[in-house]
Design a binder for this molecule. Structure first.
Ligand SMILES: [Zn+2]
Length: 324
């Protein structure tokens, strides 16, 4: 029998999501025990969440939801599953599970990964973790760090990623170059989606949206750089897919801190029709919210907590975010 608490949550949830579009955010998904530098949800937990999502929502891609909303035909309890960045776990773990559940999703791709095989966080992490075993200490920006164990290297990688997140793309590149000089690690391992995988997923009904070229914090960049980041990612994906790309995800995604109205205008000018933030909340008027849609990050792993987290974060002005 269903616990009373869960039943109440479901009923309340049901009322709240009836006429709103709920957009869920995911990033990395990996089998238990596989090391990823960004936090990853286990494939088992992701599969469980898909089962719950399927039970309560009508899942659409963002483009489909936008089109149906414009025609005033958005189904009740509509939801979009979004996956940010474009690592190859999208193809190896997320895509097969979506297919298994008969669901679709919208994948936002940071296009530099298509060329480099990984994004800046992974490049930083790899340059530290793959340093030669006889490298016991690293001096970075006049600070000494002990790197004589794997755990210390992993910790330093996380520290450096947090430190470099709020730098411009150019400053980050400089930091990566000095780090590589210090450790001698010049390679990039391939961890990103390949063009052929993207085409295969698109043919199976998955939507692809743009997520900039280098994942900059748009607020930190010169206008010309920000505009280029937005436009080039769209063009590159359109060339790859041979179809129009209508959706964009702001890197990091917090309105007022990572992007503002100025960038919303750039996204409109580039020809996108929808753009998502990482500001929690639900979307009750898709027309007026189209370029700053709210998203929620469902991390908890029990059904009642999962439902409760969605319930809390679909309320406007709810605290907490998980933007990458
Ligand atoms: Zn991202």
């Amino acid at each position: 029998m269903m616990p009373f608490f869960l039943k109440c949550t479901q009923q309340f949830m049901s009322k709240r999501s009836e006429n709103a579009l709920t957009i869920l955010t995911y990033h990395r998904v990996a089998p238990e025990g596989q090391i990823t530098y960004l936090p990853a949800l286990s494939t088992e937990a992701f599969a469980r969440q898909l089962g719950w999502i399927k039970r309560y929502y009508q899942v659409l891609t963002l483009a489909e939801a936008g089109r149906l909303a414009a025609e005033e035909r958005l189904p009740k309890h509509a939801a979009v599953i979004t996956v940010d960045d474009g690592y190859d776990d999208c193809f190896h773990y997320i895509f097969p599970l979506l297919k298994q559940h008969g669901l679709s999703a919208t994948f936002f791709i940071t296009t530099a990964g298509l060329t480099h095989g990984q994004l800046w966080e992974e490049q930083i992490a790899e340059a530290i973790i793959d340093a030669p075993v006889n490298c016991h200490q690293l001096t970075l920006n006049a600070t000494d760090y002990s790197v004589n164990t794997f755990a210390k290297r992993l910790r330093l990688a996380k520290t450096m990623i947090d430190k470099l997140k709020y730098l411009t793309v150019e400053q980050r590149e400089q930091q990566l170059a000095s780090l590589r000089q210090a450790t001698g690690v010049m390679h990039n391992s391939r961890q990103f989606l390949q063009p052929e995988q993207i085409r295969q997923m698109a043919e199976a009904g998955m939507e692809f949206g743009a997520h900039s070229v280098h994942h900059p914090i748009l607020m930190l960049e010169q206008d010309a750089v920000a505009e280029q980041e937005i436009r080039s990612s769209k063009l590159e994906l359109e060339q790859l897919l041979q179809q129009e790309v209508v959706s964009f995800a702001y890197p990091n995604g917090q309105y007022g801190r990572d992007f503002d109205d100025h960038h919303i205008d750039m996204v409109k000018r580039a020809g996108f029709r929808y753009a998502v933030s990482t500001v929690p909340g639900s979307n009750t008027d898709i027309d007026s919210q189209a370029f700053c849609l709210h998203r929620v990050s469902p991390w908890p792993t029990s059904q009642s907590r999962f439902m409760l987290s969605l319930l809390r974060s679909t309320q406007r002005d709810a605290g907490g975010t998980n933007g990458y």
